[in-house]
Design a protein around this ligand. Structure first.
Ligand SMILES: Cc1cc2nc3c(=O)[nH]c(=O)nc-3n(C[C@H](O)[C@H](O)[C@H](O)COP(=O)(O)OP(=O)(O)OC[C@H]3O[C@@H](n4cnc5c(N)ncnc54)[C@H](O)[C@@H]3O)c2cc1C
Length: 436
């Protein structure tokens, strides 16, 4: 088995880079879904090894534009306490209790029903074989916004909090997200982990596992074409393969497909028109901020909110003693020409004041163009495709294609949930391939 990676480091949107004495996470910073019965938990069990992960509590700290600060704790009662303290007039408990229950059941559904993402009516029959899951169907037919309204929670400040969480975990806001997906996305901050050594630590772990399992890892090997049992590289080399698993965004796949697959993948690309882009900023600070993850709401015309990740204090693989490596990201439209200086100024002015950190070192910024350059993702579309409310559940992309040698995984195949979703999709495909 061979892994072909175009870049000199593994990870793609969950990769890393070095500047001076700092190692920065380039895109993804949080790891989630490592519990029993959740995708990364299942995956590590399958490997028989787990990486070194630092559990974060609170999972994320939310700074609302009103000045309210909410710490999303692991412990349900502690999280309820935060909400009750900041929004004493609103009835939270029933809503979050339901979220907790549906989230648990939805992950169980994905373990029992290995045909998700559904692409044929026959895939749905798998759900009917598990009658306990049929009760979840109504939550697919309700938007998260409607669920908030039904629970008396359509308060503007509350929506700022909920939409902020949904945007980073499901890539769309409450009116566009079916409640079942909303429950999974809104549960995400309860359980975040920071990989020790950052994404470099995590990727070193994965590379070690690949090598241990006899997989040949070929970096700086860019795929130029694939299909009908052959993979062509940029270098002109051509490799035969009985199974080709694409881990590329749908828009890239279409460009490289050969044979009859090209038309099919072009259709898939055209029917899934784009995704978000990201503005990112990376710098080192002399600080000791304990909670690594913060979402800051500004409601500024340019930057609605931004996500801050500090390296864990004393993680010397990432920053010298007494210092921390910081990555910041915010959603932007990938099609827009963005002025990185403007974004950096708005975010840094706020960051320095909020965290009382007057100076930053080795400031580096990124745009959709930067992501396109380093990950190859067409137009710098990142974050994956959301599972949108009201869309045909059979319109998701299938991990299988009409070419029996070609399969696909990645964040445009399994919708929404970052690394956790990518791993969930890979596990679904693993089960499909094992049952062939
Ligand atoms: C700013 C930002 C913050 C994020 N934060 C989080 C977070 O905190 N937690 C989380 O879970 N998710 C987060 N995400 C989302 C998450 O990073 C992605 O959804 C996930 O990493 C996507 O993985 P993928 O394998 O589908 O695609 P990619 O990460 O794009 O990986 C594709 C790989 O293929 C390689 N490649 C591309 N073209 C070729 C080619 N022609 N030949 C060979 N190799 C090629 C690329 O170099 C890359 O390594 C974030 C994303 C961004 C952009």
């Amino acid at each position: 088995m061979t892994l072909l990676e175009a870049h000199s480091a593994l990870g793609g949107c969950a990769s890393w880079f070095r500047r001076g004495p700092f190692v920065f996470d380039a895109g993804a910073t949080t790891v989630s879904g490592v519990g029993v019965g959740e995708p990364l938990g299942d995956f590590f069990e399958l490997l028989g090894h787990a990486p070194n992960l630092h559990p974060c509590d609170p999972g994320i700290v939310f700074h609302l534009s009103s000045g309210k600060i909410l710490r999303y704790h692991r412990d349900f009662e502690a999280w309820m306490g935060e909400l009750e303290r900041q929004f004493p007039e609103l009835p939270h408990r029933r809503f979050w209790d339901l979220i907790r229950t549906i989230n648990r059941k939805a992950w169980q559904l994905l373990r029992d029903v290995r045909t998700f993402p559904f692409t044929r009516v026959s895939d749905l029959e798998d759900v009917l074989r598990h009658p306990q899951h049929v009760a979840l169907v109504p939550y697919l037919l309700l938007s998260t916004e409607a669920a908030l309204k039904a629970h008396g929670l359509d308060h503007p400040e509350y929506l700022e909090l909920v939409n902020g969480i949904l945007l980073i975990s499901a890539q769309a806001t409450s009116e566009h997200i079916p409640f079942i997906v909303g429950c999974m996305a809104l549960s995400y901050p309860a359980e975040t982990y920071a990989p020790v050594g950052g994404m470099k630590g995590l990727m070193d772990f994965f590379e070690g596992q690949l090598l241990r399992n006899g997989v040949q890892v070929r970096k700086k090997s860019r795929v130029a074409s694939f299909g009908e049992g052959r993979v062509g590289l940029d270098s002109g080399e051509s490799v035969s393969a009985d199974k080709i698993i694409l881990n590329l965004p749908v828009w890239n796949m279409a460009q490289m497909a050969t044979g009859s697959l090209r038309q099919e993948l072009t259709h898939d690309s055209e029917t899934h028109p784009g995704a978000w882009g990201a503005f990112t900023a990376y710098f080192g600070v002399a600080a000791r901020v304990e909670g690594p993850y913060h979402q800051v709401h500004l409601n500024h015309a340019l930057v609605k909110n931004y996500f801050v990740s500090f390296s864990i204090p004393n993680d010397l693989a990432r920053a010298p003693l007494g210092m921390q490596a910081v990555s910041i990201s915010t959603h932007v439209y990938a099609s827009d020409e963005i002025n990185k200086e403007d974004y950096a100024r708005v975010i840094l002015d706020d960051f320095k004041l909020r965290f009382q950190i007057p100076e930053v070192k080795f400031l580096t910024t990124g745009s959709p163009g930067t992501f396109e350059r380093y990950t190859g993702r067409l137009h710098g579309f990142v974050g994956g495709l959301p599972f949108l409310y009201g869309s045909n559940p059979l319109s998701l992309l299938s991990p299988v294609t009409s070419d029996p040698s070609v399969y696909r995984v990645g964040d445009t195949v399994f919708p929404g949930q970052g690394i956790c979703g990518v791993v969930a999709g890979a596990l679904q495909l693993h089960h499909r391939l094992r049952s062939l």
